[in-house]
Design a protein around this ligand. Sequence first.
Ligand code: SF4
Ligand code: SF4
Ligand code: SF4
Length: 203
Amino acid sequence: MSEPGSNDAHLTRRRFFSRVARGALGVAAAGVAGAALVKAGARRQVWQIDPFKCVQCGQCRTHCVLENSAVKCVHDFVMCGYCELCTGFFYPDPNALNEGAENQLCPVGAIRRVFVEEPYFEYHIDERLCTGCGECVKGCSDFGNGSLYLQVRQDRCLNCNECAIAAACPADAFIRLPADRPYVVKHLGKDAVNPESANGGNA
Ligand code: SF4
Ligand code: SF4
Ligand code: SF4
């Protein structure tokens, strides 16, 4: 898989910066709401997943108290290789590199594959369908750039005092973050997991 920078040479400057901005904001959008809370003096902590520890065990899908888990896959576009053969989208050795259901790893068809320009494709998560199973994350982590990862969506999460997934997580990947920095922006590196770091994950 190529690094984002190598693909960028093939992209127009305008499109590249548009993607960087979208990638940076895609997983940090709720930080805006969090910042508003702080201004209102309501500083609190929320549950989040450390993507550097998560081993995609599947329990984020099954252990949330909500019927439709608050955990969803997110996509850090800055890290993505825009691969034609995305190992988060396709089964290993797919019959063909197209959107046929028989080729797709996601069991609920929650990933949309969009052609950009030869040979690049963009991958979008439909959170209404995503169950947080982590199958795509595993494929992207094992063979790709690791740009797909799981996060607790704060607009869905009940912020239970004792998160049932955190109790079951075998990787100690559930963490508490300040509500004004409620997401981990993976391309910022492991420092983004530390709420006391300079940017705390706010891209
Ligand atoms: S329970 Fe822990 S290891 Fe399993 S998918 Fe969730 S965060 Fe990852
Ligand atoms: S494979 Fe699982 S985690 Fe990934 S988009 Fe589909 S439902 Fe969500
Ligand atoms: S805090 Fe509650 S609602 Fe949020 S992810 Fe954990 S179990 Fe689900």
